[in-house]
Design a protein around this ligand. Structure first.
Ligand code: ZN
Length: 160
């Protein structure tokens, strides 16, 4: 049984390049090759299904698939620029730490990826007020910490 149009919900969006080595994913409804995946769920279907923009728009009532995809794509582009190591500076006092300065609506901040007890952490500090915000976790690789730093930074953008 194939559930009817309009009864699906989109729970998240993914970049095919993040989940497949060759970056190739097909829409499970129309078999079109897609880069930007809308992950759909349905009450009567056990598995999550991957859909492209057109199918997601048709299957999910009231879901602006095109706008969501554009916002997600922009966020992925920001993440690529954020984690680009050429934009980071190695700390002179502690060469295992890297940092960069970024702008938030509230002012400039310094984002630091630090290594402590063999695990990477993230702290974002306001350059004027100095108030630090730490990531909740510690990470085993610097790459992982960079992605978490991006998520933390993005969440602080919305808090102003
Ligand atoms: Zn499709």
């Amino acid at each position: 049984m194939i559930p009817i149009d309009g009864e699906w919900n989109c729970v998240e969006r993914l970049d095919a390049h993040d989940i497949e080595v060759d970056g190739r994913v097909q829409c499970e409804f129309c078999r079109t090759a897609i880069r930007w995946i809308h992950v759909l769920v349905h009450d009567e279907v056990a598995e999550r299904r991957f859909a492209g923009c057109c199918c997601a728009a048709r299957l999910c009532e009231g879901y602006n698939a095109e706008e969501s995809e554009r916002a997600f794509k922009n966020k992925c582009d920001r993440r690529v620029r954020f984690v680009d190591l050429s934009r980071w500076t190695v700390s002179r006092t502690n060469p295992t730490n890297i940092f960069r300065e970024m702008r938030l609506p509230s002012g400039r901040v310094r984002v630091v990826i630090f290594l402590k007890d063999g695990r990477y952490g993230v702290v974002i500090s306001d350059l004027k007020k100095g108030s630090p915000t730490f990531s909740p976790g510690r990470y085993s690789t610097r790459a992982e910490a960079l992605v978490m730093a991006f998520e933390l930074f993005e969440s602080m953008k919305g808090e102003q």
